[in-house]
Ligand binder design. Structure first.
Ligand code: HPA
Length: 240
């Protein structure tokens, strides 16, 4: 069996899949952290690997950017491949001084103005939630390794380049102040919703790769290689 978007066979994925946005980051994670990683899918360059971490089976697969993309891949992993847990490990732009460059954020909820949930299943909630047990396991993993986590809502945006760019007050300031969003990414709302409708589990860890409140930005090389703390938190969780 395979799908139009995934050539893996049933049984090729572990029960837990780590999902970075960038398929090359999935390759990097598999080759750096997993024992005996093997490529299980590469349709459209969306690389997926399965190996073991400290003897336990685990997979890592890219999600692509945006909710339609993670919506397709995560739905198929849950519904076709028997996957139970998907941990998104992504990057985000910070909306607040509280979340600084390279800090690790654990999503408590994903707010979105997206129509993904209402279109997919008629669910009008504008905040979709991660799984509480997974979040507890990720917090325990972080605490055991002395890695600080900032927990709060995140914004899953449908639009990267908004107009007018000089709007006052900025769109994101309202989301920070009214919805409690610490940072922006583009995928978790759809992932959490898919997990909810399919009775599965999802969570999201993010490293801050850029900031709306301070002008510093990171390079692609830094984004590719500097997420070790976040990966240790994800890999060290024992809920899988
Ligand atoms: N916007 C949306 N998604 C992101 C950003 C951003 O600024 N940074 C990292 N992911």
């Amino acid at each position: 069996m395979s799908t139009p978007h995934n050539r893996a066979e049933k049984g090729d994925f572990a029960k837990t899949v780590l999902m970075p946005g960038d398929p090359l980051r999935a390759k990097f994670i598999a080759e750096t952290f997993l024992e005996n990683p093997r490529l299980v899918t590469d349709v459209r360059g969306m690389l997926g690997y399965t190996g073991t971490y400290q003897g336990r089976p685990i997979s890592v697969m890219g999600s692509g950017m945006g909710m339609p993309s993670i919506g397709i891949y995560s739905y198929e992993l849950y519904s076709q491949y028997g996957v139970e847990n998907i941990i998104r490990i992504g990057s985000a732009g910070s909306y607040t001084e509280k979340a600084k460059l390279f800090d690790v954020v654990l999503a408590a909820g994903a707010y979105s103005e997206s129509n993904y949930a209402v279109t997919q299943s008629g669910d009008a909630d504008d905040i979709q939630k991660p799984n509480a047990e997974l979040n507890a396991a990720l917090k325990a993993s972080a605490a055991a390794q002395g890695i600080p986590l900032i927990e709060g809502n995140i914004h899953s945006a449908d639009v990267f380049y908004r107009e007018p760019s000089d709007e006052k007050p900025a769109y994101w300031e309202r989301l920070r102040d009214e919805k409690g969003c610490l940072a922006v990414e583009m995928e978790s709302f759809a992932l959490f919703h898919n997990a909810k409708v399919l009775g599965k589990r999802a969570a999201c860890l993010l490293t801050i790769s850029d900031s709306f409140v301070s002008p510093e930005i990171t390079t692609p090389e830094q984004r590719q290689t500097s997420f070790t703390a976040m990966m240790k938190v994800a890999l060290g969780a024992d809920a899988y």
